[in-house]
Design a binder for this molecule. Structure first.
Ligand code: ADP
Ligand code: MG
Length: 254
């Protein structure tokens, strides 16, 4: 079943056409990478899916609902940013609570009388959710630290954890490993693949690194000049690239 469907998405910036009528079905629970050389339109496509950019034409559907008019914050997608964007003055636990607290606040405003009582009960379950998430990510020992006391890899897990507590339809990641050094980057590949299989949530992952895409994804969409040239499993693409451009980019023997 497709969780996310993009239909005939096109986008131009001024006279420059960046996406050419892209069709893409993203299956529930898959790890889909958008992979291709720099400038081919990966980030633009992801931003359109996230609601951070408007397409010129086309439709974005999430769980069967057209969301073109739905704000980014209301699409229930978790965009994990490269810079992690953690609050430096808050602990890891507080950072992970923040999106829940914000949601809780708007919920409380709608219930002026029963609100405070319910909020206290709810707060407990928020803490439980944060603890559960920390357990899955194996960052429980870090909950009382501040972001400045964490390594790059640990900050990444916290950023993921903060996104996870909202139970999003999908995680969207744009080159999340590109700030890390080479050894950690390779280590994080297997971590992310493992995390994906633990969670079972849909991942949509942008990278220009074909090795990353080949090792982590369930399926990869190879993009070039605003088109998806081939969409298939890493093995199928590696063994049977659809044309010479895919073969050259992937480095497969065709
Ligand atoms: P990728 O993520 O694959 O490197 P992008 O989607 O970031 O590619 O960019 C695709 C093309 O669109 C590039 O030529 C880029 O310069 C251009 N582009 C992206 N965002 C904008 C923008 N906001 N304004 C103008 N041009 C843009
Ligand atoms: Mg990009």
């Amino acid at each position: 079943m497709a969780t996310i469907t993009l239909t005939r998405i096109s986008k131009s910036f001024g006279a420059t056409r960046v996406l050419n009528d892209i069709d893409l079905d993203i299956q529930a629970g898959e790890f889909l990478t958008l992979v291709g050389p720099s400038g081919c339109g990966k980030s633009t496509l992801l931003r359109i899916l996230a609601g951070l950019e408007e397409p010129n034409t086309g439709e974005v559907r999430i769980d069967g609902r057209t969301v073109n008019a739905v704000r980014a914050a209301d699409r229930n997608l978790a965009m994990v940013f490269q810079s992690y964007a953690l609050y430096p003055h808050l602990t890891v636990a507080e950072n992970m609570m923040t999106p829940l607290r914000l949601r809780d606040l708007s919920w409380r405003e709608r219930l002026p009388v029963a609100g405070p009582l319910l909020a206290r009960a709810k707060h407990k379950s928020l803490r439980a959710q944060v603890e559960e998430t920390a357990r899955i990510l194996e960052i429980e020992p870090l909950l009382q630290r501040k972001p400045g006391q964490l390594s790059g890899g640990q900050r990444q897990r916290v950023a993921l954890g903060r996104a996870m507590v909202r139970k999003p339809v999908a995680f969207l990641m744009d080159e999340p490993l590109s700030n890390l050094d080479a050894a950690l980057r390779v280590h994080m590949r297997s971590e992310l693949a493992e995390l994906h299989s633990d969670l079972g949530t849909t991942f949509v992952y942008v990278t220009h690194d074909q090795a990353e895409a080949l090792t982590m994804s369930t399926r990869m969409a190879v993009m070039m000049d605003g088109d998806i040239l081939q969409l298939d499993s890493p093995q199928a693409i590696y063994e049977n690239p659809s044309d010479i451009r895919v073969a050259q980019f992937i480095g497969s023997p065709k």
